[in-house]
Design a binder for this molecule. Structure first.
Ligand SMILES: [Zn+2]
Length: 382
């Protein structure tokens, strides 16, 4: 079989529309077949309704000391973004490969896959771990990592290939994603004294969160190495109400906490709950007993923070030749690997500046850099 280079492999992976709201199974099947062509077995770790799957494969002997190459197969939507061409029909221009997922993070997966034919005579294995639903809160990875921890011999490193310009990243913030639903009581808007406005209550809650966000900025005295240095709170979407002359019955908003420390998130959630239960709800319920506020956690992924000299970081620095390390504010699956006991580092081609953008791209220099990384990794595992 003719080997497929990273650029061509990335084009093929990008051509699968794997926006998180849909299935990733066509891509997974393509990867299974590609691995199978090289005699590599893989296994799926599916979601509950079998509409999506993680995929795990081992190349080389079933021995300890393996390196996991981990990537998420899903991408963020292109809705509302003015792409100059079809985001799922990748194109090369100005020494860049353009398309949704070229940077975040199919080119890393492509580099690993296109290196498979070169992964021969290994004395220690290289494992591939591909997840689903990372972009919507790292939903797929926990069961994949649990399976890996159960089934694979102990590994010496997990490399999460998020775009870092091939620099080693030793920390990311944790994330909690939440939805708050406010239920009020509908009346004619001339009768505000008889109704409970869900929209106006939600506005108070959003203001509370905005104040909390300001407090977190003020309280942050140290340089934590993150940009920004403090824990952030952000309301992304709010929806509610029916008409100008109806006191609104429903309003909901989704929000997230990106925490430098887990305790920041826990404390904020406690305080928010206390505010709802004690400051807001009693007055709402006095007007109408059906009024309520319910907050549910949509996703929660732990933060990641290891010393710059820790084993996985040190290994990757040796392979890339880039000795600097950095912390990032976006969440990733590294915290989950770390929590499960794997020495972990984030390192992959492309820049986070291009991730999630219209006309997302990875430079051909970065493609060459990740290819060189794969070659040195193969040599290190021989
Ligand atoms: Zn990503």
């Amino acid at each position: 079989m003719k080997p497929i280079d990273t650029l061509e492999m990335s084009r093929r992976l990008v051509s699968f529309d794997t926006v998180s709201r849909g299935s990733n199974l066509d891509l997974i099947e393509f990867v299974e077949n590609t691995l199978d062509d090289h005699g590599i077995e893989s296994f799926r770790v599916p979601n509950d309704d079998d509409s999506k799957a993680n995929l795990v494969a081992t190349i080389g002997p079933e021995e300890p000391g393996g390196v996991i190459l981990s990537g998420h197969t899903d991408v963020v939507p292109v809705d509302g973004q003015a792409w100059s061409r079809d985001p799922f029909d990748p194109w090369v221009a100005d020494d860049r490969l353009y398309g949704r997922g070229t940077c975040d993070m199919k080119t890393f997966i492509a580099a690993a896959l296109s290196a498979v034919p070169r992964m021969n005579s290994l004395s220690r294995p290289i494992h591939l771990a591909l997840s689903y639903d990372e972009e919507v809160g790292c939903l797929g990875a926990p069961r994949m990592i649990e399976t890996i921890a159960d089934r694979l011999p102990p590994c010496r490193a997990a490399v999460v290939g998020e775009p870092t310009d091939m620099e080693s990243v030793c920390a990311h913030k944790g994330i909690v994603a939440l939805r708050t639903r406010v239920t009020g009581y509908e009346t004619h808007s001339s009768q505000t004294h008889r109704g409970v406005s869900a929209v106006m209550t939600a506005a108070r809650l959003v203001t509370y969160l905005d104040d909390a966000a300001s407090r977190l900025i003020e309280e942050c005295r140290e340089d934590t190495g993150f940009d920004p240095a403090y824990t952030t709170v952000h309301v992304g979407v709010i929806r509610g109400g029916t008409a100008i002359n109806i006191v609104s019955r429903d309003c909901e908003f989704v929000w997230d906490i990106r925490a430098v420390r887990e305790s920041d998130a826990t404390r904020l959630l406690d305080e928010f709950d206390h505010f709802c239960q004690n400051e807001i709800l009693p007055a709402m319920r006095q007007r109408h007993p059906a009024a309520g506020i319910v907050t549910e956690t949509l996703a929660r992924a732990p933060g990641f923070d290891v010393a710059p000299g820790s084993p996985a970081v040190e290994l990757v620095q040796r392979l890339t030749g880039i000795t600097t390390t950095r912390k990032v504010s976006y969440a990733a699956e590294a915290g989950l690997f770390h929590e499960a006991g794997f020495p972990t580092v984030i390192c992959g081609p492309g820049s986070i500046d291009q991730a999630h953008q219209r006309d997302e791209y990875v430079t051909l220099d970065q493609v060459a850099a990740v290819d060189a990384f794969m070659d040195r990794l193969i040599a290190a595992q021989r």
